[in-house]
Design a protein around this ligand. Structure first.
Ligand code: LLP
Length: 428
């Protein structure tokens, strides 16, 4: 989403750079699109909040009746803080993870959250905590696809879920422990291919239809998230109506297989928020390396954002649109590498998953220019860190009427130091 250059300049002057800007109108359009494809009877959408857990975003989801997929105890508490209901009737918040870490088990029990377990041993953990209620099984269906191997969510090399042929054993263990399997779940990909998503979802529905008759307490099936966003062409529209039809048909098929009406769930993350977020950074310098026997020289635009802010290019080689603010669309371009402030040569935004640099054709910036990294609303701020003791950049929220809200401030040294202690451990 391109923003008014004058607005970005004013914000940069008042807030400093880098900063994140979220466009509420875009989030609301995406929410409306998901509501449309889940409007069939018995179909329910969740938000995989890991993609963008800001309270403001969670409140938008709550207002639209979108439920939550949480992955930690603290995500559950953040969803509660934003107004999402506790309890399992209905299970507005679902906890999906392969591990109970920190406060997760305690929070699941205290807030009566449906546990969606991705590892058979979690039945043992729940039983040890005295739990005897409903559970959901996250299944590894044996196939699936991420946009890169590190986002592989199904198949022999994926850590996620309970291998599909182990579902009967997990169900037996659950029954023996006094628990009822009420939901089957799988997330088969955070990949960019829409047609592949459709065929994988159909395959998943068939697999779940085979399992359903042997699960007497089954109430729901979740097909996970993974609705892609086209980062290279953000204006491209997906034939979402095909997904809507698939969900309605899937619910019929699965309800028939189970012999009673089931709820069908989906839980996208990226699709709701990716195009709504922009990371705004300032060009601090433009410098040059020269061709020699080791390789070709390059032009580097140095900016004040780094992979502490947006890690996707460094981690997956992900492509994000880049604009030099205020330059006309037909401005002459040249190959430019955009690199950040961190003490790490991989702190480069223009790269692919094999090469450290992949120059991008951009208008040559000058120091002081603002540069935007587009479509960074999903897994952007959410994956930011304090590496190099850099404080997280502030998040700004733009309403359609132009109202601006700062929804998180820039982190300070005090924020970074606040968990440090110097306590003597006794009786260990
Ligand atoms: N449900 C489950 C259980 C998941 O594990 C995920 C994503 C989603 C839903 C949402 O997937 P989405 O609709 O956003 O594709 N950090 C990576 C993505 C990792 C996704 C992990 N799980 C990235 O920046 O692309």
């Amino acid at each position: 989403m391109s923003h008014d250059p004058a607005l970005l300049q004013r914000l940069a002057a008042s807030t400093g750079t880098p900063f994140w800007l979220y466009d509420a109108a875009v989030i609301r359009q995406r929410i409306a699109a998901i509501k449309t494809i889940t409007s069939g009877e018995g179909v329910q959408a969740r938000f995989a909040m890991k993609a963008c857990p800001a309270t403001k975003v969670l409140q938008e989801m709550a207002a639209a009746g979108i439920w939550i997929d949480a992955v930690s105890g603290n995500e559950i508490l953040r969803a509660r803080h934003a107004g999402h209901a506790a309890g399992q009737e209905p299970p507005v918040i679902c906890y999906t993870s392969d591990v109970f870490r920190d406060n997760a088990l305690e929070v699941v029990l205290q807030h009566d959250i449906l546990p969606n377990i991705g590892s058979p041993g979690m039945i043992r953990d729940l039983a040890a905590a005295g739990y005897q209620g409903k559970i959901s099984l996250r299944v590894n269906p044996g196939f699936g696809h991420g946009h890169v191997n590190s986002c592989d969510t199904g198949g022999p090399s994926s850590k996620h879920g309970i291998w599909y042929t182990d579902v009967p054993a997990a169900q037996a263990a659950a029954t023996a422990a006094g628990m009822q399997v009420v939901m089957l779940h799988a997330h088969i990909g955070s990949g960019p291919q829409f047609d592949e998503l459709l065929s994988n979802l159909n395959r998943l529905v068939n697999e779940f239809a085979d399992l359903a008759p042997s699960l007497p307490h089954l109430e729901a099936v979740s097909l996970g998230g993974g609705i892609p966003h086209n980062y290279r062409d953000p204006s491209a529209t997906l034939p979402l109506e095909k997904l809507g039809a698939l969900f309605t048909a899937a619910r019929e098929t699965l309800s028939q297989a189970a012999g009673r009406p089931l709820r069908l769930e989906i839980e996208p993350g990226r699709y709701y928020v990716a195009p709504a977020g922009t990371l705004v950074t300032r060009v601090t310098d433009v410098k040059q390396t020269q061709t020699n026997e080791k390789g070709a020289g390059a032009t580097f635009a140095m900016v004040d954002a780094g992979f502490v802010d947006l890690v996707r290019p460094a981690m997956y080689g992900s492509w994000h649109g880049i604009e030099i603010v205020g330059r006309p669309a037909d401005a002459p371009t040249e190959p430019i590498v955009v690199a950040g402030p961190l003490c790490e040569s991989g702190d480069v935004f223009t790269r692919d998953d094999a090469e450290l640099i992949q120059p991008r054709d951009l208008p040559r910036p000058v120091p002081g220019d603002l540069l935007t990294l587009r479509d960074t609303g999903a897994y952007g701020y959410a994956m930011s860190s304090n590496y190099n003791s850099v404080g997280r950049a502030p998040q700004i929220w733009l309403e359609p009427d132009g109202t601006l809200l700062q929804i998180s401030r820039r982190e300070t040294l005090q924020d970074i130091l606040k968990a440090e202690t110097n306590e003597l451990l006794v009786d260990v």
